[in-house]
Design a protein around this ligand. Structure first.
Ligand SMILES: [Zn+2]
Length: 68
């Protein structure tokens, strides 16, 4: 099953075919699964993916800061 992973550092999204440790190719941070299905992902334009990735990364970092 294909899953979508995101990088909290730069907001990059990546399609991952198997569950394993995924590293961001841009900044080498570990990527996490995002709440997006592969179908939803394929329905999005490149611009929508970028916006979603950045929004997810910002929310991810905000959550991290609130736990500190
Ligand atoms: Zn990254």
């Amino acid at each position: 099953m294909l899953k979508i992973y995101g990088c909290a550092g730069c907001g990059r999204l990546q399609v991952v075919s198997k569950r394993r440790t995924v590293q961001c190719p841009a900044c080498c941070l570990p990527m996490e699964a995002v709440p997006l299905t592969f179908l939803q992902y394929t329905d999005m334009t490149a611009e929508e993916r970028t916006r979603y990735g950045l929004g997810w990364a910002a929310a991810r970092l905000a959550k991290c800061r609130s736990l500190r």
